[in-house]
Design a protein around this ligand. Structure first.
Ligand code: SF4
Length: 62
């Protein structure tokens, strides 16, 4: 099964992550605008939407 992970070094960590509202599973969260988002792998269905949406390529599909 495809696994999606955050590559924090690609995220500028200076804004609210717009990908949070894109995730149909509600699997993405962010502690604050100055941190990288996180994926709840219990909820993630590996649909891949986040990896297509993030302009920085911070959501990586392995
Ligand atoms: S792969 Fe799909 S379900 Fe998983 S975090 Fe990304 S958008 Fe959400």
């Amino acid at each position: 099964m495809t696994h999606v992970r955050i590559e924090a070094s690609r995220c500028p960590q200076n804004h609210f992550c717009p990908v949070i509202r894109v995730c149909p599973a509600g699997a993405i969260s962010q502690k604050n605008p100055f941190s990288a988002p996180e994926i709840d792998h219990e909820k993630c269905t590996s649909c891949g939407l986040c990896s297509r949406y993030c302009g920085y390529g911070a959501f990586r599909k392995d």
